[in-house]
Design a protein around this ligand. Sequence first.
Ligand code: S3P
Length: 430
Amino acid sequence: MTERKIAPAGALHGESSLPGDKSIAHRYALLAALARGRSEIENYAPAADCASTLACLEALGVAVRRAGSRVSIDGAGLHGLKPASAPLDAGNSGTTLRLLAGVLAGQPFESVLTGDDSLRKRPMRRIVEPLTSMGATIEAEEGGLPPLRIRGGALNPIRYEMPIPSAQVKSCVLLAGLYATGSTTVLESVATRDHTELALAEFGARIATTSGMATVAGGSQLSACSLEVPGDLSSAVFLIAAALLLPGSELRLTGVGLNTTRSAVLDFLISMGAPICVTSRRTLAGEARGDVEVRYAPLSGGVISGALSALMIDELPMLAALGPFTERGITILDARELRVKETDRIAALVENLRRMGARAESFPDGITIAGHEAGPLRGAEIDPHGDHRIAMAMAVAGLAAKGETIVHDADCVAISYPEFFDTLDRLRER
Ligand code: S3P
């Protein structure tokens, strides 16, 4: 349980690349495992969550080699996974557990999927229901919690209307759809990240997408690919926010993922007055990427609601923590999903922002944080409740607060961005 002391900082300067995108890395690894042949993945995410996915795949008999940020995977083929000899441990990673559950629902053997204390409190009925209607047998703990015991096999195709906006649920059903006797369709009324659809197409699955709908053909054989994971925009946002808060800052972040189902956060920051520009745009394997340049600027504040809350779900902690530094404050609505992330992020944000002297109120589905009129933030002791994004959001607020901030259990940033504090130190030194 390490703590990190954050002293008020001067400007951030320079250039940085980002760790590979966590969401995309999970998907490339899973599909590579189900493909025929050897896939090579560059810039694989150093996130502990993505290591959990690789460890689960190895436990299912897949050969994985990792050298720095390069991962090579010898695919077992759609029907080549082997039963694991012990429960599969997804660690802290909801994406590992939910996406892998879709794959395991199609296997002719029994698997148990579990995770750490946080993951074992997270809701799984959202995947148990569609997978059960496809014909899998799944036992969960009371309340629909992990561990999940999954007995799978050939599945029925379904047409599934998503009751909540969740890319993890959508992806789980589409992956199970590879094992269905026919075409499986997922319909979403609120858009969520589309990395699974793009990756399935890249690995050669028969998949058709239109706005709000994706259909995958059962039995689609996958072929190995060489891929490069873009930098993680959700991690970049912590550095972007720090640059916006610290006068004189000027940063260039290279090779950042800019998929339009993820980049709404940049448009929102720009709408608040942030001087952000994107250069060197390119698209590889369907995933847009580019360099993001940002300078310090005062921010106006704003309201995030409706479909935008779903598109920016992972960036909401950082946006909330920017609230006290804005002219009018930040209000977030329609974000009930924040309650069931690695921790209850609404409760954790209100608690920690108040410790720093912010005026923050919560609603069942959101949070409102007063702007400048509530006065400057002061350094405080931060309890991230084991949540990487709360730790990083509050550390960034600490850079611009008066006095020292102490982030307890700061190692939890390794879940998505192990080099976060080192990168900040490097950009502050120049
Ligand atoms: C993710 C989807 C989101 C997001 C999570 C990663 C993914 O979760 O919060 O960090 O990779 O599909 P939900 O789908 O549960 O909203």
